[in-house]
Ligand binder design. Structure first.
Ligand SMILES: [Zn+2]
Ligand SMILES: [Zn+2]
Length: 339
């Protein structure tokens, strides 16, 4: 016996189900769908548990920062600790943090940055593919290990600038997006820095020729990897994730950790050029404008698009906050009388 679906958690239904494939439910298929959803939930929970085990939480980073560099800790701690939510008490239609630290190593700000970057990149790819013929590839350029992050990054940036001016580069590549990734090696006490690029190529360019050209520029590094991107959406996600990686942050010794923490604000970790030119991430101050999604025009006092109740604004703390993508029942929210 199955419970009629209408009696199951009325608020947990995905409301913006436009992106799911259409299907017609019948009595036979409902149970199956529920099983599949359960399997999906289990799989994604296992995946996120594995990820959680390796990745430091914001709490971990704040704790270390308080120990190592007390003056930098409060901003990180305050970042995303409170949210302005527009809600009917049950549905949240708009929500954004009242303060963002915009630090490179902040997991909250990094996630926001990766989302924004992904959307911009995908839009640009779609636009370019309409007018220009080519193929999307994933190209990784590596550099020798560097003692300092700053030094290693600027060397790799200089080398890439030389590389893209080469005739052989211009002959093959019409445009590129790229994100720098750094990992830390505790055994050798140095940083390993890569440049992960999505390139739009015209003519085929094989790996050994790229390797030769890259060695010409760097003098000592020749390890490159090129592969075709079959799924642009996944490819973009893959590159964007390097902008957010903070896994090695906790294994670094204090001096290296401080180096990352003190890295100049506005250090560019993302580049673009050619037909993909002008996808930027530097205008971080514009970030918060992007959160006003499809319900941006609704004001307090208007009717909730889901239940018709009156909307109001409320400041909620981190624990009470529920992401927009979940558009879910929001417990423990008390209507605020202050304006
Ligand atoms: Zn932050
Ligand atoms: Zn509502």
């Amino acid at each position: 016996m199955t419970t009629p679906r209408s009696q199951q958690e009325p608020n947990s239904k995905p409301l913006n189900s436009g992106s799911f494939a259409a299907f017609t439910p019948s009595l036979d298929t409902v149970q199956q769908v529920d099983i599949r959803q359960q399997e999906f939930r289990d799989a994604s929970r296992r995946k996120s548990e594995r990820w959680m085990a390796r990745t430091p939480t914001k709490r971990d980073i704040v704790a270390r920062l308080e120990r190592v560099s007390a003056e930098d800790a409060p901003r990180l701690k305050q970042c995303c600790s409170a949210f302005m939510s527009r809600t009917c008490g049950q549905h949240t239609i708009l929500s954004y943090p009242t303060f963002r630290c915009k630090k490179m190593f902040c997991p909250d700000c990094a996630a926001e940055r990766a989302t924004r970057l992904g959307n911009q990149t995908k839009a640009k790819i779609a636009e370019v593919m309409k007018t220009t013929k080519g193929r999307l590839c994933f190209l990784t350029l590596t550099a020798k290990n560097a003692a300092t992050l700053d030094g290693g990054l600027s060397k790799l940036k200089k080398n890439f600038a030389k590389f893209k001016r080469k005739k052989v580069f211009k002959n093959h590549i019409k445009g590129y997006f790229g994100a720098f990734e750094y990992t830390f090696n505790p055994k050798t006490n140095d940083f390993h820095i890569h440049l992960h690029l999505i390139i739009y190529r015209g003519k085929f360019w094989n790996q050994s020729d790229i390797s030769d050209a890259w060695r010409d520029v760097t003098g000592d590094s020749f390890i490159v990897d090129i592969r075709e991107i079959k799924d642009a959406h996944k490819g973009v996600k893959e590159v964007c994730k390097y902008v957010v990686k903070s896994a090695d942050l906790m294994t670094m010794p204090d001096d290296k950790f401080l180096e990352v923490v003190k890295m100049k604000k506005g250090t560019r970790m993302f580049i673009s050029g050619g037909c993909f030119y002008n996808v930027k991430l530097d205008d971080d101050d514009a970030a918060d404008d992007d959160v006003f999604g499809q319900f941006a025009e609704l004001q307090p006092g208007d009717a909730c698009p889901f239940c018709g109740d009156e909307l109001f604004d409320v400041i909620v703390n981190r624990e009470q906050h529920i992401g927009l993508h979940e558009l879910n029942a929001m417990p423990n929210v008390v209507k605020s009388n202050s304006s």
